[in-house]
Design a protein around this ligand. Structure first.
Ligand SMILES: [Zn+2]
Ligand SMILES: [Zn+2]
Length: 406
């Protein structure tokens, strides 16, 4: 640890200790009022209130999203800028089973603690806390990135609760699709020749995807479901519909896959005489953790007693719109364990864990680690340069994380 960051570590800890109960209240309030994508009104207001009362200037309703916000504050004039990224959306039908109440609170806490510590230590720097809605579907970070919210940031930091503590998270690029086939109803026994079978169209597409898998690269995922499959066995199904996700390790490869995915559905429509409605919704980019930032984050997670592991590349991956942020500026997204290994997020058990005193303790430790990683960036020019060099040198090739140098 550098001398400059050493001098603010105790201050970061002091601020988090001082605000421990307030932060607990914020986290529990969000947890007990789950709001899904783009409807996170209460969570957004709660976090904005917390940041305003801690000296941040807050802009709400940004990038066309009523529940997004940007909170800025500085110690002195100018200087490097670090962004802490909040998420606070719940899952459809399952509340805060991904623990985003902890993410939102941790990132706000890290920003508050770092700002106070910088000011008290007389170190020049800027702190931004970004409120991003709809991580679980909708991709609130995508318009924020498009509007350049991260372009003037030296780093973006965020953590995620999990069942293991990992200094690097891996995440696939991911595209969300909605599909519907429309055919023609007919008596299934009396007049089958008059019908056009929309279920046949989907089965055709589903089989095409199954055969396509053989030539897809390792780590690729294609999965989905059918919501409407017909209405009665004696009617030729007139309409079928559902959703799919396509995922890959590289956003560029996913773009290629998506062309073929569409071709499979179009071929199924042509083969069955049905019409196709296929909507390609948002795409999350793959997550490219910055190697130098990850090493700093790893050290600080150790310092706060969270004993991080180095994850095997591509183990147990999902997707996140933090991927889009990681293409815009150096980013890390470590995971912190709030429950015993083997319990994944998106379960009822994980939702309960996200409200425990233990999870709160882990969240505050994680917030301290994020704040100290941010302090490295702001106070240490050599680290900042190394992060920037790593980001510039590896924009299209992920650094394989081996743990070397830690
Ligand atoms: Zn989730
Ligand atoms: Zn999540």
């Amino acid at each position: 640890m550098s001398i400059a960051t050493d001098s603010i570590a105790a201050r970061v800890q002091a601020v988090l200790n001082e605000q421990r109960l307030d932060l607990r209240h914020v986290s529990l309030d969000i947890h007990s009022h789950p709001e899904t994508a783009f409807e996170e009104t209460r969570a957004c207001a709660t976090l904005c209130g917390l940041l305003i009362s801690n000296g941040f200037e807050v802009r709400r309703d940004v990038s066309g999203m009523a529940t997004a916000f940007i909170a800025d504050a500085a110690s002195g004039e100018g200087g490097p800028r670090v962004a802490f990224v909040c998420e606070y959306d719940a899952l459809r039908g399952m509340g805060h089973a991904c623990g985003h109440n902890l993410i939102g609170t941790a990132s706000a806490a890290a920003g508050i603690a770092l700002l106070r510590a910088l000011r008290e230590a007389g170190i020049q720097g800027q702190v931004r806390v970004v409120g991003s809605p709809a991580e679980e579907g909708g991709g609130g970070k995508i318009p924020l990135v498009a509007d350049g919210v991260f372009d003037d940031c030296d780093a973006a930091l965020i953590l995620h609760p999990a069942d293991r503590t990992m200094s690097v998270m891996w995440a696939l690029a991911c595209t969300h699709w909605r599909w519907a086939f429309t055919g023609r109803a007919a008596h299934a026994a009396g007049d089958p020749d008059k019908g056009l079978n929309a279920l046949d169209a989907f089965v055709h597409a589903y089989t095409g995807i199954a055969m396509w898998r053989q030539r897809l690269l390792d780590g690729t995922r294609v999965h989905g479901f059918i919501a409407e499959g017909g209405t009665a066995p004696n009617i030729i199904p007139e309409r079928t519909s559902g959703e799919f996700l396509t995922r890959a390790r590289e956003a560029a490869y996913l773009d290629e896959m998506n062309v073929h995915f569409r071709a499979i559905f179009e071929a199924a429509a042509a083969a069955t005489g049905c019409s196709l409605e296929l909507v390609q919704e948002n795409t999350y980019k793959d997550l490219r953790s910055n190697r130098v930032l990850a090493e700093r984050g790893h050290l600080h997670l150790e310092e706060v007693g969270l004993a991080p592991e180095v994850s095997a590349p591509w183990a147990r991956v999902g997707s996140t719109d933090v991927g889009d942020v990681s293409y815009a500026c150096p980013t890390i997204h470590p995971e912190v364990a709030i429950i015993h290994e083997g319990v994944s997020c998106h379960t009822h058990e994980f939702r309960e864990a996200a409200a425990t005193e233990h999870a709160h303790d882990v969240m505050l430790r994680g917030a301290a680690a994020l704040a100290l990683t941010g302090a490295d960036i702001i106070a240490d020019a050599a680290i900042r340069d190394a992060v920037r060099t790593s980001f510039a040198a590896e924009p299209w090739r992920r650094p394989e994380w081996t743990g070397s140098g830690v």
